[in-house]
Design a protein. Structure first.
Length: 210
């Protein structure tokens, strides 16, 4: 959580009143992702982010959750959008779910790593914790590229200030009844699986908050 906010003591002397310092209210969770978090092909309320909001409410966590995910977005797009999102929403936790479109387009893994690393640095500089959602891709570009792609997440996830979900679609990808006709995007039945992958680190983060 963020430290206590500075108190403003601009009070008319005639009132003889002081404003007490109070803990800063939780600014919540910001999710910066692509179509996986934007509930591509579904009504937004059926996506895993909406399911996360419902679960937080069930556990009496009244935290705002901002879903700033854009279908088709790449790590470069997320990096370009992030500074403004951090400024506006001032989140306590930033969930980064990007990279899949970089892989599908065959973009350089080292550039993807640079973009994700810059996003992580920006979030940490804004006093937010970081949860990185890893992705895997089909072996269309060969084993060498696929390995380099997955290594990006392993490298970034090894940083002490980053929590990693190794594969956001674990248990969902490749299961016909859980994906849409394109064979890639989770359907409504697959969305709870994404939540189950994301929930343990989010739950741990919540417990650690003062």
């Amino acid at each position: 959580m963020k430290p206590w906010k500075n108190c403003l003591l601009a009070i008319p002397l005639s009132l003889m009143t002081l404003l007490a310092c109070a803990p800063a209210a939780a600014q919540g969770i910001l999710i910066v992702g692509d179509s996986i978090s934007a509930a591509f092909g579904l009504e937004l309320e059926r996506g895993w982010v909406s399911l996360l909001k419902a679960r937080l409410h069930e556990h009496s966590y009244e935290l705002p959750v901002v879903n700033a995910s854009v279908s088709g977005d790449t790590t470069a797009g997320g990096l370009a959008r992030l500074p403004r999102l951090l400024e506006v929403h001032q989140p306590d936790l930033v969930v980064i779910e990007l990279g899949g479109n970089d892989g599908l387009r065959g973009l350089a893994p080292d550039k993807m790593q640079q973009n994700l690393s810059a996003m992580i640095d920006a979030a940490l500089a804004a006093d937010a914790d970081v949860l990185l959602m890893g992705m895997r891709i089909p072996p269309n570009y060969g084993v060498r590229y696929t390995e380099a792609f997955e290594q990006v997440y392993r490298d970034l996830g090894s940083e002490p200030q980053v929590t990693l979900v190794p594969f956001v679609l674990e248990g969902v990808a490749g299961v016909p009844e859980l994906v849409q006709a394109d064979g890639i995007h989770p359907n409504a039945k697959g969305q709870p699986g994404i939540l189950e992958n994301a929930w343990p680190p989010i739950s741990d983060w919540l417990v650690k908050q003062p």
